[in-house]
Design a protein around this ligand. Structure first.
Ligand code: ADE
Ligand code: ZN
Length: 336
């Protein structure tokens, strides 16, 4: 790839809006935390664990992802994981991050909600102090579990309401449509939480529609299957409901066979507010800039696409207006 374009893309200010913090847990840290906490793993060493990262679909990934998260027990573990991600994000010129976390993955193992959230929050606060990175937490409900379980998790979160920006919906998509979580999302909306959901990753475009119509989400995570429905594409473009697209994830989980088949370029051409993100960077082969570089190289994207994608990332962010305008101005200055 042209080195000037590479530097332009890598150095541009950007927001990351689709990162599962548990998906940033690198194999080396998994083994270090397993040792620190006396947790037994099914793999003898880092290399054999890494070799298991050959996924055939979303579920095959989730099985390993939840096993990896089993080493997280103490507040310090959540801090160390989040700090390691933030160092990488800072190196990729991430200026704002909205980070998913999966409390049910931890509370189901007896880890107190407070240990999870205080560890993550402290790392975000330290990154704000050190680098001026702004951030927020999006608590995801696991869609393979019941709505009652999600509601109980929301109850546990209430003492931490002020530390939570919004809620999302993740885990196994097929067979778990958004409407399964209608009541808990209504409650979250009443609480003033921002709303997002994974939809149209493996699931059909109808799941994107029900995330919009039933859950009233403000962004769609993935959403790449929207192109199968022309009316939905027009709706997303006109409403400026953003998609948080994760190219390397989509290839690793076989949503597309190869980066060259990815539809990011078409999504941008329809006028949809698409953004580029890493999803679970420790599992999918790269952090946010690796995702940008993969699509820029293979899809033949250029300077204008870079400018649009950087602007989209801040436009789609749940930021107070002055900070949003400040970051958009940083983008425009980079491209001036
Ligand atoms: N949890 C972590 N990554 C996910 C993804 N890509 N889709 C659904 N749930 C997830
Ligand atoms: Zn995701």
């Amino acid at each position: 790839m042209n080195p000037a374009l590479r530097d332009l893309v890598c150095g541009m200010p950007k927001a990351e809006l689709h990162i599962h913090i548990e998906g940033s847990l690198e194999p080396e840290l998994i083994f270090a935390l397993a040792q620190r906490n006396g947790v037994a793993l099914d793999y003898p060493d880092v290399e054999s664990l890494r070799r298991a990262y050959a996924f055939t679909d979303l579920q095959s990934f989730l099985d390993i992802y939840y096993a990896g998260a089993s080493v997280l027990l103490q507040r310090q573990d959540f801090y160390d994981m989040t700090w390691a991600y933030l160092e990488r994000a800072h190196a990729d010129r991430v200026r704002h991050v909205e980070m998913f976390f999966d409390p049910q993955t931890h509370t189901a193992r007896g880890v107190p909600f407070a240990e999870v959230i205080t560890g993550i929050k402290q790392a975000l606060a330290d990154a704000a102090d050190r680098w001026g990175i702004s951030g927020g937490l999006i608590m995801c409900f696991l869609r393979h579990l019941s709505e009652e379980d999600a509601m109980a998790t929301l109850e546990q979160a209430l003492p931490h309401r002020d530390s939570i920006l919004g809620v999302g919906l993740d885990s196994s998509e097929r067979g778990h449509p958004p409407e399964k979580f209608a009541r808990v999302f209504t409650r979250c909306r009443e609480l003033g939480l921002r709303l997002v959901a994974h939809a149209g990753e493996e699931g059909p475009p109808a799941y994107i529609e029900s995330a919009l119509d039933v859950l009233h989400v403000e962004r769609i995570d993935h959403g790449v299957r929207c192109l199968e429905d022309a009316a939905l594409v027009r709706r997303l473009a006109q409403s400026r409901i953003a998609l948080t697209v994760c190219p390397l994830s989509n290839v690793k989980l076989r949503v597309f066979d190869k980066v060259g088949d990815h539809n990011l370029r078409q999504l941008l051409e329809t006028g949809i507010v698409a953004t580029v993100n890493s999803d679970d960077p420790a599992y999918f082969g790269g952090y946010i800039n690796a995702n940008f570089l993969a699509v820029f190289e293979v899809l033949g994207l250029g300077r204008e696409h870079a400018h649009t994608l950087a602007r989209n990332s801040f436009e789609a962010a749940f930021l107070p207006e002055p900070r949003k305008q400040q970051l958009l101005a940083e983008v425009d200055a980079w491209f001036a």
